[in-house]
Write a protein that binds this ligand. Structure first.
Ligand code: ZN
Length: 300
């Protein structure tokens, strides 16, 4: 039954759980802990899928009787289990590597482009923003800002942003982008994009990827708030919300409401994250191993 339980668990963690969590508002109060919870759910879903693939052939064999458990049938069962589990892991690793290579190649071209298009007099006027981070200013009336992570990080803002934001708001925006770069939020995001792409289309859901993306933005907003002020971060987001971005609207509402989670909520979220990974192992995998190993003659 372990294989069935684990398969059900993998499906629940891939579908209904992300759906409920993505609609909840409380994770926005503790974005860092909520991201860890999303990572725990993703890890537990993958472990459950791999565990189910490993357990299924052995359990089928055990249901047939003691004779079938020995010799060739057992070897076939182990080979099938290893192949199924290996396919899941290889698929995930393959997608991750491909995504990492493509992203870095695209980012490198993007970096060359912003270096070329930089309005040097304006970026020099703003000055340095971090030890390794270089600021680039692009032509454009629409205010926006983003960062390019990696070994030679860039923060890119438009003319429109510089013209719209006051000094304090600009500092909040730069602190927001620097927080993305320092904590390598791009790697967290990349993990969820890879997971999304690796899942079969039928059970694939964008909810985890999108929710984590928004939480990472909120985490960086908190860095801007801490470095400057709630008012400066809100003022900056007001300038960006004019572009019609609904995600920015949600972030602005959060900063205006000064939503910030208590320590108890964060601790509770971390505990749930640990339980999501540990409980299935203790409740399903260990009982399965304690039945499967003696049946295979590996443990008496
Ligand atoms: Zn951001």
């Amino acid at each position: 039954m372990a294989s069935v339980w684990l398969a059900v668990l993998a499906l629940v963690l891939a579908g209904p759980v992300p759906s409920v969590l993505a609609r909840a508002h409380w994770p926005q109060r503790v974005p860092r802990a909520a991201i860890v919870l999303w990572q725990a759910i993703a890890l537990a879903a993958v472990l459950a899928a791999v565990g189910s693939a490993l357990a299924a052939p052995e359990e089928l064999l055990r249901a047939l009787g003691p004779e079938e458990r020995r010799g060739t049938p057992m070897v076939v069962a182990v080979a099938v289990a290893a192949t199924l589990a290996g396919l899941i892991v290889l698929r995930l690793l393959g997608v991750l590597v491909m995504l990492a290579v493509r992203t870095r190649r695209r980012r490198s071209r993007h970096r060359d482009m912003v270096d070329l298009l930089d309005r040097a007099e304006r970026s020099a006027a703003v000055g340095g923003i971090g030890a390794k981070t270089v600021l680039r200013v692009l032509d454009g009336a629409v205010p926006f800002a983003y960062c390019l992570p990696g070994r030679a990080p860039r923060v890119v803002v438009t003319d429109g942003a510089l013209d719209t934001l006051d000094d304090e708001e600009l500092r909040a925006v730069l602190a927001h982008e620097q927080a993305h770069l320092d904590a390598r939020h791009d790697l967290v995001r990349e993990g969820f994009v890879a997971l999304h792409q690796a899942f079969p289309v039928l059970v694939r859901s964008r909810q985890a990827r999108d929710a984590v993306g928004l939480l990472l933005e909120m985490l960086a907003d908190d860095a801007g708030r801490a470095r400057c002020s709630d008012a400066a971060m809100a003022g900056a987001l007001e300038a960006f919300v004019a572009t019609g971005d609904t995600e920015v609207a949600a972030r602005l509402e959060r900063v205006r409401a000064r939503r910030c989670g208590g320590r108890a909520l964060a601790t509770g979220t971390y505990l749930v994250a640990a339980a999501v990974v540990v409980v299935p192992t203790v409740a399903v995998v260990i009982p399965w191993l304690s039945a499967a190993l003696p049946a295979a003659g590996l443990l008496r």
